[in-house]
Design a protein around this ligand. Sequence first.
Ligand SMILES: Nc1ncnc2c1ncn2[C@@H]1O[C@H](COP(=O)(O)OP(=O)(O)OP(=O)(O)O)[C@@H](O)[C@H]1O
Length: 209
Amino acid sequence: MLRFENYSKRFGSKTVLTVPELTLERGLYWLKGENGSGKTTFLKSIAGLIPFDGTIQLNDISIKQQPIEYRRLVNFAEAEPLYPGFLTGNDLISFYTETKQAQKEQVALLIDAFDIGGFIGEKVGAYSSGMVKKLSLVLAFVGNSDLILLDEPFITLDHKALQVLPEIIDDYQQKGTSFLISSHQPFTLLEPSVLTVANKTVLPASALC
Ligand SMILES: Nc1ncnc2c1ncn2[C@@H]1O[C@H](COP(=O)(O)OP(=O)(O)OP(=O)(O)O)[C@@H](O)[C@H]1O
């Protein structure tokens, strides 16, 4: 269960998002909203990457009071991931495998599913945007996170990866992982609950009726 109380995010003097109170039960959520509405800001706040006012708790664990414990539960894949160009994909995968205490078999399956084995020995600086995107998705699925945040996961992926990604999301969801996914493209096959980011707040679509 993900809970927000008196959440607000300012950049300088400008408040871009407020969520007075919101509880999200375990599940798969599609975060919808226009450009600049606040989807990435919301996801980055939940990932613990940017400061904010108020409270965010996952399973009663507070991002501010128990940051290490909280971060163990959450994985995040950025819309346009950036990694130090001198590292190889293997360097990053090894680091995530260790910090997320992931099983080597799980990692091997992900490398195979996203078909990245042919280039992860090379430095990330030489990757195309789609290759970086696939690597970032593999890293997001490494370990046993309670909540996976995917910011625009479908952009720049090739046809095969576009087919594989929903299957993996479905598989993880059935094992109990929750997802918050921002996307301008529908992914209705997975039957997500819709969250709308508009008017500087986040509301379940049902609340808008
Ligand atoms: N680092 C920053 N400094 C100042 N303002 C920012 C910063 N990051 C985001 N914003 C502002 O916060 C608001 C929300 O931006 P955000 O990136 O969260 O939108 P988004 O819904 O993800 O947009 P898109 O669909 O275009 O990716 C925008 O008004 C944006 O200008």
